[in-house]
Design a protein around this ligand. Structure first.
Ligand code: GDP
Ligand code: IMO
Ligand code: MG
Length: 426
């Protein structure tokens, strides 16, 4: 038995979908343990490209049990549309298990997400407007509705009535239209019926899988710098993608979590607002954005682009207990003459080597770089570490040195096959 947590260690979109699919070839179970359809995980194989939002990335393999665990927030309408989209492309033979304890994203959460963003004026977070924050807020203020509630008509009615009393007050305050109980009730029950074949106690299922010695892959969404606890608060999402979330978000004991693989782009991107010390603009940013197709999978927004930030990486490695790194989109850096990696910040005239906790300080941090020469060779066809150009190898060694973490995988293209395995870890 082996299990591994796949954790994004930057600001999301590091290539978690590609690596989950790649490692999934050896998995029996793939589990999403937090987040919702704010995620956009891209998987490319056999000439096809898929973008998953709330469905786990093991869905293409009929032998894999795909679990949407209790730590997730699920928009049932969107998840059904995703499944329909997959079926339309011939993906019919899959195993899906949805936690009865997972939180439901309701239509009022989506309306409130947009309205609260607007209220912030110039200080918007730039959320995906999928209702993620309001759905998690309701879960913690105990007015949330859970997937299992949708299967019990009377209980769902009482939960919805209580929630709607609060939510309609909020909507009214914000100048929005109130929502109708009957419509939401009817829709909720219909979604419950559609999900009935999949809904179960996924903690029981996962503990049985562990006892049976199965290989389990935990697929994090977002990235550590967007973590509600350890990220660039308040410019974060409303859940924690770190490996520490797995036990809580799945109902598996911490002792069953073996290792965490940090998924890391060879540079940095961020979509949405918030500090980004190594951000670039101008020709180099455009070059990387175009080569890496750096446009949001969920919202289509152009992603902000910057140099690799080893200070932020060390922070993410520490708070998430990362054992190995997977360096993604390495091919994108081909043709960049001089590569830079930030190894410290200058804050108010002092040099610091950590991520400050307050945003006002983080916004004042200026990057201090080490420089390395780039390479010009096309590396998309390379399948072994040795065959990489010397300067590319030196860049990888520098990442290992500055993060204190061994590289297990290097990805040189979006396709499943464009993967260099340095060390087998799963
Ligand atoms: P995720 O949210 O972490 O799963 O990442 P996204 O799917 O949002 O963004 C990663 C993007 O990079 C997708 O378009 C992938 O197809 C693509 N990708 C992944 N690995 C590589 C790689 O090694 N090279 C290139 N060129 N693209 C990659
Ligand atoms: P994957 O799993 C990149 C960002 C949003 C915004 C902030 C809060 O594909 O890596 P939210 O809608 O979660 O309340 O938005 O978090 N964000 C992501 N950025 N990749 C993601 O997911 C993201 N999920 C949320 O842009 O800045
Ligand atoms: Mg993404």
């Amino acid at each position: 038995m082996s299990n591994l947590v796949v954790v994004g260690i930057q600001w999301g979109d590091e290539g978690k979908g590609k690596m989950t699919d790649y490692l999934g070839q050896k998995a029996d179970v793939v589990v999403r343990y937090q987040g919702g359809n704010n995620a956009g995980h891209t998987i490319t194989f056999g000439g096809n490209r898929y973008a998953l939002q709330s469905i786990p990335s093991g869905i293409f393999n009929p032998h894999i049990k795909n679990v949407m665990a209790n730590g997730m927030v699920i928009n049932p309408k969107a998840a059904l549309a995703e499944l329909d989209g997959l079926r339309a492309r011939g993906i019919n033979d899959f195993q899906l298990y949805v936690s009865d304890r997972a939180a439901v994203i309701m239509p009022y959460h989506i309306a409130l997400d947009g309205a609260y963003e607007q209220l912030k004026g110039g200080r918007q977070i730039g959320t995906t407007k999928k209702g993620i924050g309001p759905a998690y807020a309701d879960k913690y203020s105990r007015v949330g509705i859970r997937m299992g509630d949708l299967l019990d008509a009377d209980y769902f009615a009482s939960r919805l009535r209580d929630a709607l009393a609060q939510k309609n007050m909020e909507l009214r305050m914000l100048g929005l239209e109130e929502m109708d109980f009957d419509t939401l009730y009817r829709e909720g029950l219909a979604y419950g019926e559609a999900f009935r074949p999949y809904i179960c106690d996924t903690s029981i299922l996962l503990n049985e899988e562990v006892k049976a010695g199965r290989n389990i892959l935990f697929e994090g969404a977002q990235g550590v710098m967007l973590c509600i606890e350890n990220g660039t608060y308040p410019y974060v999402t409303s859940s924690s993608p770190t490996a520490a979330s797995v036990p809580l978000g799945t109902g598996l004991a911490p002792r069953y979590i073996d290792r965490a693989l940090g998924i890391c782009k060879a540079y940095t991107t961020r979509v949405g607002a918030g500090p980004f010390p190594t951000e670039l603009d101008g020709a180099l940013a455009d070059y990387i954005r175009e080569r890496g197709h750096e446009y949001g999978t969920v919202t289509g927004r152009p992603r902000r682009v910057g140099y690799l930030d080893a200070v932020a990486l060390r922070h993410a490695v520490r708070v998430s207990g990362i054992n190995y790194l997977s360096i993604m989109l390495f091919d994108v850096l081909t043709g960049v003459e001089t590569l830079k990696i930030c190894n410290a910040y200058e804050l108010d005239g002092k040099t610091i080597d950590y991520v400050p906790s307050t945003i006002s300080s983080y916004e004042r941090c200026r990057p201090i770089y080490v420089e390395l020469p780039g390479w010009t060779e096309d590396i998309t066809g390379v399948r072994s570490l040795d065959a990489l150009p010397e300067n590319a190898k030196a860049y990888l060694r520098k990442i290992e040195e500055l993060t204190g973490t061994e590289i297990a995988v290097v990805s040189v293209g979006p396709d499943r096959t464009q993967t260099i395995v340095v060390k087998e870890i799963f």
